[in-house]
Design a protein around this ligand. Structure first.
Ligand SMILES: Cc1ncc(COP(=O)(O)O)c(C=O)c1O
Length: 416
């Protein structure tokens, strides 16, 4: 069977029109028009998402799955209608494979925490990469501590690319899990996850992909990738904070023990024994973030209306322009120059601390991230405290890239 098309593409991409749909973009910061280039941290929200959350609270709010009254049934329908939206968006085979979570962090913790109870044993190896976000490191360390498993790391080269030969050599009879970031949040590198999954599967090893930075910038189809787990956060793809998805193959969800206990995830409870609800509900304990999930559905509808390749072309222009201008400036170290990269430009003006530069840039209305971007091991490898990171979204313009460069120039002059 062909995977369901994950994106619908009914709108032509028009930058001015898109920008007008994000109210916060018209703000002024320190008397300058805001240039928001911190999209890898969180994206801004379009009116359709804001309106959907507002109308949910104004007209539909009730607890889901529990009430027979009309409002509760409407809230349940609205909440559950997002599951097939996420299924189509990620190209999953069934909406039973879509677990709602707080975000990527909770999705990884869910898998690592659940597998720590019965799957991992002493001496097993969990294979990560040197460019993982802390969210895809620490949960595995916790699982390793609890079970006696060990964490191994695939090396990254100076350009910010994974060493695939080393990866293949590290995959062995003790490997029980591979966890890899699809797109690096601090470098923008797009990892060859399809190949890595095929390699892992040839050894019978499951793979979890951290898709937090991937879903807003390119097509994702979990059936095509054949990953066992895929994690994402709504707030990085124009949706609200506090919601996200764990995609997991049905056989894994059936096999894994629950991650948290509580209401909604049970079938029957006695003091002696509890039976669990069917998947995916087995993994959704307690009152969920209804408004957040419904807002996530609106965000995915928003993004899916565009041809993702048009967005990719636009963002790639922004990356190319920013990279070229930074090179032209001179005295700037680019961090992350992989052949396949997207939407992120990380850099370090020589002799200056990224925190100081970002602080001065903010005085000119330019919002960029400074620091280690929750990838401390990677920064340690490069021997730097962190970088300045400009991360782009579909609403950013070439003029904004020029403002970025101008702000770097001014910050440099001011600080030296
Ligand atoms: C690559 C990557 N993984 C995981 C996360 C964690 O996402 P969240 O904080 O939404 O759970 C982030 C957030 O920056 C990220 O960039």
């Amino acid at each position: 069977m062909q995977p369901a098309p994950s994106r619908l593409a009914t709108r032509t991409f028009d930058l001015d029109e898109v920008r007008s749909e994000f109210p916060v973009l018209s703000r002024r910061i320190h008397d300058h028009p805001l240039v928001y280039l911190d999209n890898a941290a969180t994206t801004q929200k379009p009116l359709t998402v804001l309106d959907r959350i507002d109308s949910y609270y104004r007209t539909e709010n009730a607890n889901v799955h529990r009430g027979v009254h009309t409002l509760s049934q409407e809230a349940t329908d609205a909440y559950e209608s997002v599951r097939p939206v996420m299924q189509r968006f990620l190209g999953a085979a069934s909406s039973r494979e879509i677990v709602f979570t707080k975000g990527t962090t909770e999705a990884v913790n869910l898998v690592a925490g659940s597998l720590a109870r019965g799957y991992f044993k002493k001496g097993d190896e969990i294979l990560l990469t040197g460019m993982e976000h802390h969210s895809n490191i620490v949960p595995w360390q916790l699982a390793a501590e609890a079970t006696g498993a060990v964490v191994k790391v695939v090396p990254v080269n100076d350009r910010g690319e994974l060493d695939l030969g080393a990866y293949q050599a590290l995959l062995g009879p003790r490997t029980r899990m591979v966890a890899v970031v699809h797109v690096s949040n601090s470098l923008g590198t797009i990892n060859p996850v399809r190949q890595m999954i095929a390699d892992a599967h040839s050894m019978g090893v499951p793979v979890l992909v951290d898709g937090a930075q991937a879903v807003a910038h390119g097509p994702v189809n979990v059936q095509d990738l054949d990953c066992d787990f895929y994690c994402m956060s709504a707030h990085k793809v124009f949706g609200p904070t506090g919601t996200g998805v764990l995609y997991a193959k049905e056989e894994w969800l059936e096999r894994m023990p629950p991650y948290q206990g509580g209401g909604d995830m049970i079938s029957a409870v006695t003091f002696e024994h509890t039976t669990y609800h069917e998947i995916p509900h087995k993994f959704e304990a307690g009152t969920p973030n209804m408004a957040g999930v419904i807002g996530m559905g609106a965000a995915i509808d928003y993004l899916s209306a565009f041809d993702i390749e048009e967005i990719q072309r636009h963002e790639s222009q922004l990356v190319t322009h920013a990279t070229g201008e930074l090179e032209e400036l001179g005295g700037v170290r680019l961090v992350g120059t992989a052949a396949h990269k997207t939407a992120v430009v990380s850099f370090l003006p020589e002799g200056l601390h990224p925190y100081d530069v970002a602080t001065v840039m903010d005085r000119f209305g330019v919002a960029v991230r400074s620091g280690h971007h929750c990838t401390q091991p990677l920064m340690d490898q490069y021997g730097i405290p962190g970088t300045l990171r400009a991360s782009f979204a579909l609403y950013n313009s070439l003029d904004e890239v020029d403002r970025l460069i101008d702000a770097v120039r001014k910050a440099r002059k001011f600080l030296s």
